[in-house]
Design a protein around this ligand. Structure first.
Ligand SMILES: [Mg+2]
Length: 257
């Protein structure tokens, strides 16, 4: 044991493996005969199976750690716990089975910070993790090039207007926080901006991976993110190339809630 707050190599690898394996199970489920295409059928079954697979694996491999899952009940032991896994077993569930825009989020939080994590986007055949880290993103948007910013579908009207009018950005709207964040990690977007609240399981693993790629992650007013809060709700989120953050904060700072 050391006093420093850090994940082990095994934690990075475990996050990546659980995200990938859960994503594979979810892809298989969409192809199986039990897939119920009525509203609420496949989506709920995916949520349920993915949650069970992740919590059972963490209970076996990290029995002393606590888990906060979108699909589980809140475990009071996580306040004061040294190691807490924050997971979204299926992010973007309304797209699950219908498009590539859904993901699996696994993150380990120590002392309020994500120290290891992975996001699987099975529809793109890729899992991104904290170690090995993704290719570093450029610091700035090339001069003379219009910034590309992805926003949440549910918030696209107002957030999109601000970013398009205030920054002259090209704005795209997509479901799944993990997919949006990974579109910035892989360089097809320059920033992901979410006005209003979201939950820690939406943002935690995407933030872990985005930071490993050199992106800046903060609230819409530029303040620092904190994870494993007693209330896992969290005001607005920016994940952006470092050179773009101040401009985004200047036009979005009052859109936190
Ligand atoms: Mg979910």
């Amino acid at each position: 044991m050391t006093d420093s707050v850090a994940a082990s190599d095994d934690d990075h690898a475990l996050a990546a493996r659980l995200a990938t394996e859960t994503g594979e199970m979810l892809v298989d489920l969409t192809r199986s005969s039990v897939a119920d295409r009525r509203w609420g059928g496949l989506e709920y079954e995916g949520d349920r199976r993915a949650h069970l697979q992740i919590v059972e694996a963490l209970a076996a491999e990290r029995p002393d750690d606590v888990v906060l899952s979108e699909e589980g009940s809140d475990d009071p032991r996580r306040q004061g716990a040294e190691r807490v896994w924050i997971v979204d077993p299926l992010d973007g569930s309304s797209d699950y089975g219908y498009s590539a825009n859904w993901s699996v989020h696994i993150a380990l939080v120590m002392d309020g910070e994500p120290v290891a994590g992975a996001v699987a986007v099975p529809g793109w055949g890729t899992t991104w993790a904290t170690d090995p880290a993704p290719e570093p993103v450029p610091h700035d948007v090339e001069s003379g090039v219009t910034p590309r910013i992805v926003v949440s579908r549910s918030r696209s009207r107002y957030d999109g207007m601000r970013l398009s009018q205030g920054l002259g950005a090209d704005v795209y709207a997509v479901g799944s926080a993990g997919v949006k964040a990974m579109s910035v990690v892989r360089g097809e977007m320059d920033a992901y901006v979410h006005g209003g609240g979201l939950y820690e399981w939406d943002s935690c693993a995407p933030v872990a991976v985005a930071r490993a790629a050199g992106l800046v992650c903060c609230h819409l007013d530029g303040s620092a993110l904190e994870f494993n809060k007693s209330d896992p709700w969290s005001p607005g989120l920016v994940i952006a190339r470092p050179g773009l953050v101040d401009d985004i904060v200047a036009v979005m700072f009052d859109r936190q809630y």
